[in-house]
Ligand binder design. Structure first.
Ligand SMILES: *Cc1c(COP(=O)(O)O)cnc(C)c1O
Length: 214
C-alpha cells in the first residue's frame, strides 16, 4: 500500500483535467479506507459480486464515487446501474441499449465510456472503430445515459512506444466523436497515457500493491 507522501507525489504530477481512478479490485476495504483518508474519492471495481459487500461496508464514506471497469455481462447490468456512477467498459450497442432501458427504470443516468479495441486482442473486448462509427447515430439517440468518453486497454504485447501510439489514436478518435474523456493508462503506462491526452488514469497495483484475490 502506497504511503501518503508517494500518493501526493503522483497526485501533484497530474496535469489539470486528469483524474485518478483507484482500481481497488482484489484489494481489501481497509486499503480503500486508507486511500479515501488521503483524499481519493474515485474507486474502480471489475466484479459486481466483489463490489457489493465492499460498498456496503464503506457506506459511511459519503463522498466516494464508484466506477465499474470490468467486463459487463448482460445479466449484471441492473446491478451495475444501481451500484455504480461510472461504467468504463461498455463494448456493444445491445449492452448500451440495455443500460439505457434499465437506467430509466432505476431512475439513474450513469456516466458511460465506450471501450474501443484499437488493436487485435483476443483477450479483450471493445468496439471496432468502424462498427462504432456505423452505430453512432443509434448510440447518440439513447436516453438515460451520459456518454462522456472512450476507454482503451492496450494489448500486453505492446511496448511503451506502441502504447503511446494507441493512446494518441484513442484521443484523436474521442475528439472526432466530440467526446471529452479518455480513460486510459494503468500502473505500467499511465505517463504515456497522460502525454497522449488521457483524462482518467486507472491505477491499481501502483497504489495498492500486488493484488490479492478476494
Ligand atoms: C485491474 C485494472 C486496472 C489496474 O491495473 P494495474 O495494472 O494494477 O494498475 C485498470 N483498468 C482495468 C480495466 C483493470 O481491470
Amino acid at each position: 500500500m502506497i504511503g501518503l507522501n508517494e500518493f501526493k507525489i503522483i497526485k501533484d504530477s497530474l496535469p489539470l483535467g486528469v483524474s485518478l481512478l483507484a482500481v481497488s479490485k482484489g484489494h481489501q476495504k481497509d486499503s480503500i479506507r486508507q486511500l479515501y483518508a488521503y483524499g481519493q474519492l474515485d474507486f474502480g471495481e471489475s466484479r459486481l459480486q466483489e463490489a457489493i459487500p465492499k460498498k456496503n461496508d464503506l457506506n459511511d464514506l459519503k463522498h466516494i464515487r464508484w466506477h465499474f471497469v470490468g467486463t459487463l455481462q448482460k445479466n449484471k447490468v441492473r446491478g451495475v446501474v444501481k451500484e455504480f456512477d461510472f461504467i468504463h467498459s461498455v463494448d456493444s450497442v445491445p449492452l448500451l441499449e440495455r443500460i439505457s432501458r434499465i437506467s430509466k427504470e432505476e431512475q439513474k443516468k450513469p456516466n458511460i465510456f465506450l471501450q474501443v479495441k484499437f488493436r487485435d486482442d483476443p483477450k479483450k473486448g471493445g468496439f471496432l472503430k468502424q462498427d462504432l462509427l456505423e452505430s453512432w447515430p443509434k448510440i447518440i439517440s439513447l436516453n438515460n445515459i451520459n456518454l462522456i468518453g472512450l476507454m482503451a486497454i492496450p494489448p500486453i504485447s505492446l511496448n511503451s512506444y506502441q502504447r503511446k501510439d494507441l493512446f494518441f489514436e484513442c484521443r484523436k478518435f474521442a475528439n472526432h466523436l466530440g467526446l471529452q474523456e479518455c480513460s486510459m493508462g494503468m500502473s505500467n503506462d499511465w505517463k504515456e497515457a497522460i502525454e497522449a491526452g488521457a483524462t482518467w488514469i486507472r491505477l491499481g497495483s501502483l497504489l495498492f500493491g500486488k493484488r490479492q484475490t478476494i
